[in-house]
Design a protein. Structure first.
Length: 82
């Protein structure tokens, strides 16, 4: 019986009550990055090289405005060696 009561009480406590302040900040940043990626994809949904370049530029601007770290570009780079 004690286990059941303890389990029910644990379910009632929000998960972010267990997260550290640093963890909360990281989760907020990841959410903001996801919003930037989604907005850029919605604005430029095609997978043409031009659209991918515009999407990358839009995502960079959004991330920079939120003081977030940059992500790897989706558009193929012309100066990459294979």
């Amino acid at each position: 019986m004690r286990r059941i009561v303890g389990f029910v009480i644990t379910l009632g406590v929000p998960l972010n009550a267990y997260a550290s302040p640093y963890g909360m900040v990281m989760m907020q940043r990841w959410t903001a990055q996801d919003r930037c990626v989604a907005a850029a994809q919605k604005a430029f949904p095609d997978f043409t090289p031009e659209s991918l370049a515009k999407r990358d530029q839009s995502m960079k601007q959004c991330l920079a405005s939120g003081l977030l770290p940059p992500k790897a570009p989706e558009a193929p780079q012309a100066n990459q060696h294979q």
